[in-house]
Design a protein around this ligand. Structure first.
Ligand code: G16
Length: 541
């Protein structure tokens, strides 16, 4: 087998001098550099599966919100969550092994991790719509074949669908079965839960969905076939930016990242004032809502607003179900969360807030410490996870009133509707529609629950982003030395000012976030901190 792995690996050689790093969401870079990485990720999947006694590992080939010329690859653990963090290091090690040492490093990992090579290995994989996807799939398949891994190719899927299928595959036929192991099973699960959660309520007006010209477009259209039609009081959805034939259009002037960072609608949107709109990202694991207010212009309903909406609704339901004394609800955010949202959750809703570093893996983990863990990054990536105790309470509590019975029924439906494995734009979209329908809210009413502090996110390109090292959930810089003090003195000049800088784990850039009392002050603070980062980046080369 070793000779066969080496021979296959020689067809996917590592480019000279390139250093790879398993980042915020796996390996991500220009697609033409990824061939050897994807091959080696296939080998890691084999090791991980064997280590876990032959459970199925998921592999997703996507670069999500990144531009069309990028691609990436990430691993999914058997329950559908992100790869256990200690394995990121092993993946990085194997990705960086010299071509001639690859088999040696692979066997050493096998030995060090006490993996029995005779254990069967299984993997499933899928990709998004990027033009570079099919060639990378070939590299992956070569590695899976040569490492003796049984695999299923699911073709094109959204990232959350692949997470769903990974969990379904590993729980099939057990009491924890998560659903039917097929794409159809995913649509059926979501649509049945949606109908049940809506409980006869209807939304008002259409929802315009911008699909970022990514895989979310065809998958949303497929989902719509399973959902009740407008004739039955179902959703009215206008799909825009669903061109998957022109590869250059992906995430270009559209999508969740564009809307969040530019703080404006995609130019292609024809939505009228007050119309509900949302944008997915390239692999449909993020969603952002927005609308145009005739008085105040563009209004963003980002991940923070989705988190507060979900926490409010589920909090009300647990009270009505008389479960609020026994279930702990908490909200998990990152440093990007708007200060006004954190304040609102803690002071108005009365729920604890936990702050973690960027990356769904961190938020998800922290959220599982609650019975109802609501986690969303401000960029729209998130979900709500329910503990086994919460699920037991939803399903076994004997209702003593019709109101309690209704609340329990809605909670059960939500636990099926909300993807328990990872943030899922399609599932989150249905969750928001459900809540707005129950509350009979327009986006404007949702928007006014609290007022965001004006904020600005800037992307700064530097020579080496890795010199920017942070602590305290990425809120403070420890390196380059002295930079944080300079940043603090800039922030001190602004009313309600807050700012931080951190290296992106998915793009070759440093991100600067700033918020302040007014729009112009937030912009000004962001500009000044970005200039500081640029300057430090050029000094410490
Ligand atoms: C990925 C991660 C998210 C993260 C985002 C940006 O999202 O899954 O948790 O917020 O990258 O990360 P960074 O600021 O480190 O570049 P996606 O949607 O691109 O997979």
């Amino acid at each position: 087998m070793d000779e066969a792995i080496l021979a296959a690996s020689n067809k996917h050689p590592k480019p000279d001098g390139k250093v790879f790093q398993y980042g915020t969401a796996g390996f991500r870079m220009k697609a033409n550099l990824l061939d050897s990485v994807v091959f080696r990720v296939g080998l890691i999947a084999a090791l991980r599966s064997r280590k876990l006694g032959g459970q199925t590992i998921g592999i997703m080939i996507t670069a999500s919100h990144n531009p069309p010329e990028d691609n990436g690859v990430k691993l999914v653990d058997p329950m559908g969550d992100m790869l256990e963090s200690s394995w990121e290091q092993y993946s990085t090690e194997l990705a960086n092994a010299a071509n001639e040492d690859l088999v040696k490093v692979y066997r050493k990992l096998e030995q060090d991790l006490r993996i029995d090579p005779a254990t069967p290995a299984k993997a499933i994989f899928a990709r998004d719509t990027r033009a570079s996807g099919p060639a990378l799939v070939k590299a992956l398949v070569n590695a899976l074949k040569e490492s003796g891994t049984e695999y299923t190719d699911y073709g094109l899927l959204t990232t959350p669908q692949l997470h769903y299928l990974t969990r379904c595959t590993n729980t099939e036929g057990t009491p924890q079965s998560y659903g039917e192991v097929s794409e159809k099973g995913y649509y059926e699960k979501l649509s049945e839960a949606f109908v049940r959660a809506m409980d006869g309520k209807t939304t008002k007006g259409a929802l315009t969905v911008d699909c970022a010209n990514g895989v979310g477009g065809p998958k949303l259209k497929e989902l719509l076939k399973y959902l009740p039609t407008t004739v039955d009081g179902g959703l009215q959805i206008n799909v825009i930016n669903d061109d998957v034939l022109n590869p250059d259009s992906l995430n270009s002037e559209c999508g969740a990242d564009f809307v969040k960072t530019k703080q404006r609608s995609p130019p292609s949107s024809k939505a009228a004032s007050n119309d509900r709109c949302c944008s997915l990202d390239g692999d449909a694991d993020r969603i952002i809502f927005y609308f145009n207010d005739p008085e105040h212009g563009f209004r963003l309903l980002d991940g923070d607003k989705i988190a507060t909406l979900a926490a409010t609704f589920i909090g009300d339901l647990t009270r009505a179900a008389r479960l609020s004394d026994e279930l702990r609800i908490g909200v998990v955010q990152t440093a990007y969360a708007n200060g006004a949202s954190t304040n609102y959750v803690e002071k108005t809703l009365g729920f604890p807030v936990v702050c973690t570093p960027t990356g769904v893996k961190w938020l998800h983990h922290a959220a599982t410490k609650f019975d109802v863990g609501v986690y969303f990054e401000a960029n729209g990536h998130g979900t709500v996870v329910f503990s086994p105790q919460a699920l037991k309470a939803f399903y076994t509590t004997k209702p003593e009133s019709p109101a309690q019975a209704t609340a329990l029924n809605t909670l059960q439906a939500l636990s099926e509707l909300i993807n328990q494995t990872v943030g899922d734009a399609l599932s989150d979209m249905l969750l928001v529609e459900t809540i707005l329908a129950h509350k009979v809210w327009t986006p404007r009413e949702w928007d006014t629950t609290y007022i965001d502090l004006p904020n600005r996110l800037v992307r700064v390109e530097v020579n080496d982003r890795n010199i920017f090292k942070t602590t305290n959930a990425e809120r403070k810089l420890v390196e380059p030395h002295g930079t944080q003090q300079q940043l603090d003195s800039l922030v001190a000049k602004f009313k309600d000012g807050r700012s931080f800088a951190r290296a992106s784990g998915t793009e070759d850039a440093v991100r600067v976030y700033a918020e302040a009392a007014t729009r112009s002050e937030a912009d000004d603070l962001a500009r000044q901190v970005a200039a500081l980062v640029r300057q430090e980046g050029s000094i410490h080369m």
